[in-house]
Design a protein around this ligand. Structure first.
Ligand code: NI
Length: 138
């Protein structure tokens, strides 16, 4: 574990009360853990905005596999970006719907491009890209 440094934070009383309420609602262990997570979140967002750094992400999406050519299109897309899409899980949810989770590693710009093409495909009903940094990034 990395060495921890202490620092003081001043904040308005009502803001601190709202922060504590938010910490309790989200089950964070304590204020320090909450502040660390918020800082990491902002830094990850910055890396994504830069677009050039290596990041990792999961893309979760649901689609109707009865839509003509959709499954083939999604598979072709994943093969076209085989160096970025490093893992995939497919779940047959019901008679119509499939859920896929892709694990990706690459530049934020490239990952966003793949996510946009998949989520923008006709028949993809819902999806969400969740970005992170590779282990040790922060
Ligand atoms: Ni399926």
């Amino acid at each position: 574990m990395k060495k921890l440094m202490r620092f003081g934070v001043s904040m308005e009383k009502d803001l601190l009360q709202r922060f504590d309420k938010w910490i309790a609602e989200h089950a964070w262990a304590n204020r320090s853990e909450a502040i660390r997570d918020l800082v990491r979140q902002r830094l990850v967002e910055k890396e994504w905005q830069d677009g050039k750094k290596q990041v990792c992400a999961t893309l979760t999406f649901v689609y109707d596999h009865h839509i003509p050519q959709l499954q083939e299109k999604l598979t072709h897309l994943q093969h076209d970006f085989a160096g970025v899409v490093v893992g995939a899980m497919h779940v047959h949810l019901d008679h119509h719907n499939c859920l896929e989770v892709l694990v990706m590693k690459g530049t934020a710009a490239k990952i966003s491009q793949i996510a946009d093409r998949i989520l923008g495909s006709r028949g993809v009903k819902h999806g969400k890209l969740v970005g992170s940094l590779p282990a040790g990034g922060i």
